[in-house]
Design a protein around this ligand. Structure first.
Ligand code: FES
Length: 196
């Protein structure tokens, strides 16, 4: 009771100075502690931030450089390419990893070339299709599915045509390059359901 009464009286100037000094110590100590915490937070989450920023517009949209435009036959015959890129998984960067295979066709000439990109993964069960030039069609060696040069299904157990992929022509340093956004889809079904 005596102690309670002692705190109910108006504090002396010395007590007020003591309280303000302790309060200032706590506030300044808290601010000082925030600096290393903020630095640690930045280091911890920096890879995630860099991953979102990516390197330029093309990478940010998932596009991968495949080849110079003039590497594609002008007569529209498809050509197969392996897609490789640096794979970044938060804190780990693995250079030059194979992500898939794609057939590219140069289907239009002129100032606005059009590229048809088809995944080389058979939609039936995922074998790699090849292009049979004599028949002008894609063929799967596993269960004999066949696809037209435009990717549509012709025969075989595959329930859909070859999967088209977004492609674009990018001009860099005066050279036209073909970029493709690779995407895998679920096999064995008629719908295109993205995987991963
Ligand atoms: S995996 Fe291509 S037809 Fe079966």
């Amino acid at each position: 009771m005596l102690k309670f009464l002692s705190w109910t009286r108006w504090p002396s100037s010395q007590e007020r100075r003591s309280f303000l000094a302790r309060f200032a110590t706590i506030v300044l100590g808290g601010i000082a502690a925030l600096f290393p915490f903020a630095a640690g937070w930045s280091v911890l989450f920096d890879p995630l931030r860099r991953r979102r920023d990516a390197n330029g517009e093309a990478n940010a949209a998932g596009f991968v450089r495949v080849c110079p435009l003039d590497a594609l036959p002008a007569d529209g015959v498809p050509r197969a390419f392996v897609l490789s890129t640096d794979v970044t998984d938060a804190w780990t960067r693995v250079p030059n990893q194979r992500v898939g295979m794609v057939f590219l066709r140069h289907v239009a000439e002129g100032s606005n070339p059009r590229i048809l990109a088809l995944s080389a993964e058979c939609p039936h069960l995922g074998c790699a299709v090849t292009f049979a030039a004599a028949e002008n069609r894609f063929e799967c060696p596993c269960h004999a599915s066949a696809f037209g040069v435009d990717g549509r299904e012709i025969i075989g157990p595959s329930l859909r045509g070859l999967d088209p992929l977004p492609a674009k022509v990018v001009t860099q340093n005066g050279q036209q390059e073909v970029w493709v956004a690779y995407q895998r889809y679920r096999t064995g079904v008629a719908e295109r359901i993205p995987v991963g």
